[in-house]
Design a protein around this ligand. Structure first.
Ligand code: RRO
Length: 305
């Protein structure tokens, strides 16, 4: 009998789909509605130590093949958001707290505050492509990624995930550094650094000029990144980038992902995307006689066991 349940870093998920950071995760109510819609876990929005308004508008450009966003890490700060995390847990699925900071000490402190708020795991945002001093600015060198993960592991008992940037010549080197630093899993990928220009106005569309491309266009990049990381580390990989069908999820799983996240797909198709992806995954597994998701992880490297 095929089933969708997975275990990742000790977290038991009823299925391998998670809400990605940054979409419909501003409040506990929206996060619980995603749990009700069928997600196996929820990742919170990226939260920092202090409230931040984010970048000015326009902060999102919709394209036929995805989105370019420069939200700029808007969030109410951990002191306020902690209450949303504990409430979100009532949705009955694991809640993973995404955090950002400009230093390794800042990230370690936020990781521990997320644990106190009740998060089941923490996701270190080492990859936002357009926020000065944060994200990819501190997550692009293996040495720093290693130190950041080591510090976060020292201050927390819950699993630590490192969300990595694809805007680098070797995402596998970043994944290896995260593993050396003790990270329990890596998440790949965040958005691709991008921009849009209005020919009529003759200026960049986004107030921040630069943003991050997400959605169907980046799926082949994400799948390639997961494939490369799988060959380099032993810790689990969580795949994200352009997933909106069971088939898309299967690409990531067969490249090496033990679970997957959906962000822009929720923006495009609504929360029902979780039950749709899960239904399609299960149908495929039944048709092709895979009992578990785990049996499909990395199949593109070594063939069926
Ligand atoms: O808030 C954002 O602008 C943002 C973040 Br934190 C991120 O990690 N990735 C992204 O594309 N946008």
């Amino acid at each position: 009998m095929s089933h969708l349940a997975v275990e990742i870093c000790g977290l038991r998920l009823r299925n391998p789909t998670m809400l990605a950071a940054g979409i419909l995760d501003e409040t506990s109510a929206s996060m619980r509605s995603i749990a009700e819609a069928g997600a196996g876990a929820i990742v919170t929005k990226s939260v920092g130590s202090e409230p931040r308004p984010g970048h000015g508008n326009p902060s999102v450009v919709e394209l036929p093949f995805g989105l370019v966003n420069a939200m700029g890490l808007p969030n109410p700060g951990i002191a306020v958001y902690a209450g949303e995390v504990s409430e979100a847990k009532k949705g009955g699925v694991p809640v993973i707290g995404s955090v950002f900071a400009g230093t390794e000490d800042g990230l370690a402190e936020l990781a521990s505050l997320m644990e106190k708020a009740g998060a089941d795991a923490v996701e270190l945002n080492l990859s936002c492509p357009h926020a000065k001093g944060y994200g990819a600015e501190i997550g692009s060198t293996p040495e720093l990624v290693e130190v950041i993960c080591r510090k976060a592991k020292k201050t927390t008992r819950i699993p630590v995930f490192a969300k990595l940037t694809p805007n680098t010549s070797s995402i596998a080197s970043l994944a290896k550094a995260a593993e050396r630093g003790g990270a329990d899993a890596v998440v790949a990928i965040n958005t691709l650094k991008a921009m849009a220009i209005s020919p009529e106005a003759g200026v960049p569309v986004l107030a921040n000029t630069y943003g991050g491309l997400s959605g169907p266009a980046i799926r082949p990049v994400g799948v390639r990144c997961v494939y490369e990381i799988f060959e380099s580390v032993k810790i689990p990989i969580i795949g994200v980038g352009g997933i909106s069908s069971g088939r898309d999820a299967l690409e990531y799983i067969m490249a090496g992902a033990s679970a997957i996240q959906i962000g822009t797909g929720v923006w495009m198709d609504g929360p029902d995307i979780f039950s749709k992806v899960n239904r399609e995954l299960l149908r495929f597994m039944e048709k092709h006689s895979y009992d578990t998701v785990r049996d499909m992880v990395g199949v593109a490297h070594h063939g069926r066991p």
